[in-house]
Design a protein around this ligand. Structure first.
Ligand code: FAD
Length: 464
């Protein structure tokens, strides 16, 4: 006999799971959500998006006070760093967010089943020794940091992103293994606070899924900020000693090994799906070659009545992608016919300047043989960017050569993560670059650079 019975039991309360639970409850289903953490919100709210953005914001203010205010005629006598206060503020930001999810669960009558969930049979979930029944079970168990053989994480000297968010002193030398967005964001935080930062990346470029031209200029800007890059280099071993960690580096294409020392090493080589203890093998739920739960377009797994969304399935490991899937799946379970447009999911790196993209990169269009027009506009020609003193970067728009339909957009610059939203909307609506160019954009705003890039796709920018 089941202890309690629900229409839906969601396992995992990250942005995928908690959003799915709330939407399903809004649609009249009885819903429980299983979470084994002390607080709701998953990786994103507890040890991901939110704490990293809190530290990025605080460290940006520190860097601005140190290096940028004088140019504006603002003089500051002495800039100090109270890292304990900065970390405490981060904790307050996280708490406000995770408490917010608990409030939303109460408001929408979603039951939180506390503990680790295991699916013991289709329609049956065991949590803390009790068995609960559900017509539908949703796997939303997210992801974990990918380990690097030979470089064992202890969250003290060798840390994952979780440890890098919690350091209680600024390391003298931080080595970041991995030039993806998590490594670059956290590397930026500690660089701004005074650490020497070296990024070691096995590929010949950083942020490998982003547009190549953007990535090149982005790297140049980060280098100006003091980050050192060792591209085409792999880390093959780590030795801990009194003086920190000694890493062995080797050229990715072969060659002589060398050693470098670090006070702290951040392993940020990617994330992998987390399915431990769920009982999937016993149930026959199929995984793909990368350990992700295999699903149909409609999030059904290979076992009827069991569904999956978010980081644990294929696709970009992003909080808003997980949320969009959570909403869509709840609507499917309520008998509706939703759709997630995977061509219109933006990706943002929250360094300063920010990097944001949506849709196809130039490299992707070339490899698919799509004829396209590119329009580019630099922030150095945008009035608002000049007034802000933030002229690094550009907007690039890619449109179909025959139909002018927007295919991709890439922004490196101030507030790129906010600017990209209009282009995600434009792609969602099937807009052309001319539609964007003819839309009135407030003056003086950073968004005018988007309009000008759209005009440039037809060779006619007004301010260049
Ligand atoms: C440092 C960092 C920064 C990031 N920054 C961004 C960003 O700026 N923007 C962005 O879009 N994305 C960002 N991400 C990625 C984002 O956090 C993930 O894409 C997102 O959290 C995925 O949501 P999810 O719901 O699929 O899984 P998760 O958020 O991982 O949640 C899964 C939850 O399931 C729980 N769980 C797992 N197994 C069980 C079980 N058997 N029983 C009970 N509970 C279980 C876990 O405890 C966890 O709370 C960042 C990630 C990191 C690490």
């Amino acid at each position: 006999m089941a202890d309690r019975s629900f229409d839906v039991i969601v396992i995992g309360a990250g942005p995928g799971g908690y959003v799915c639970a709330i939407r399903a409850a809004q649609l009249g289903l009885s819903v429980a959500c299983v979470e084994m953490r002390e607080t709701l919100g998953g990786t994103c709210l507890n040890v991901g998006c939110i704490p990293s953005k809190a530290l990025l914001q605080s460290s940006e203010k520190f860097a601005e006070a140190n290096h940028a205010l004088a140019e504006h005629g603002v003089t500051v006598e002495r800039v100090g760093l109270d890292l304990a206060r900065m970390q405490a503020r981060k904790g307050e930001v996280v708490k406000a967010n995770v408490d917010g999810v608990a409030f939303l669960f109460r408001k929408n009558k979603v039951t939180w089943l506390k503990g680790r969930g295991r699916i013991i049979a289709p329609g049956r979930v065991e949590v803390a020794g009790e068995t609960h029944a559900a017509r539908h079970i949703v796997i939303a168990t997210g992801s974990e940091s990918m380990p690097l053989p030979g470089v064992e994480v202890d969250e003290q000297a060798i840390v994952s992103s979780t440890g890098a968010l919690a350091l209680d002193r600024v390391p003298g030398h931080l080595v970041v293994i991995g030039g993806g967005y998590i490594g670059l964001e956290l590397g930026s935080v500690w660089r701004r606070l005074g650490a020497r930062v070296t990024v070691v990346e096995v590929l010949d470029r950083i942020v490998p899924t982003m547009d190549g031209e953007v990535a090149k200029q982005f790297q140049r800007i980060l280098a100006k900020q003091g980050l050192t890059f060792r591209l085409g280099t792999k880390v093959t071993g780590a030795r801990k000693g009194n003086a920190g960690v000694t890493l062995t580096l080797e050229p990715a294409r072969g060659g002589a090994a060398e050693e470098i020392t670090a006070d702290v090493v951040l392993v940020a080589i990617g994330r992998r799906a987390y399915t431990e203890g769920l009982g999937l093998a016993e149930l026959g739920v199929q995984l793909d070659e990368r350990g992700r739960v295999k699903t149909t377009d409609g999030y059904a797994t290979s076992v009827p009545g069991i569904w999956a969304i978010g980081d644990v399935i294929a696709g970009p490991m992003l909080a808003h992608k997980a949320e969009d899937e959570g909403v869509a799946l709840a609507e499917i379970l309520a008998g509706q016919h939703p759709h997630v447009n995977y061509e219109a999911i933006p990706g943002v790196v929250y360094t300063w300047p920010e990097v944001a993209s949506v849709g196809a990169t130039e490299e992707e269009l070339k490899s698919r043989g799509v004829a396209y027009r590119a329009g580019k506009f630099p922030f150095s020609a945008n009035g608002r960017a000049r007034a802000m003193g933030e002229t690094d970067g550009f907007v690039k728009i890619l449109a179909d050569a025959a139909t002018d339909r927007l295919l991709g957009a890439h922004i490196l610059g101030p507030d790129a993560g906010t600017l990209i939203a209009e282009l995600a909307l434009a792609i969602e609506f099937g807009a052309s670059s001319e539609d964007v160019a003819r839309t009135s954009h407030a003056h003086p705003s950073l968004n005018e650079a988007v309009k000008e890039a759209a005009l440039a796709a037809h060779g006619k920018p007004l301010h260049l």
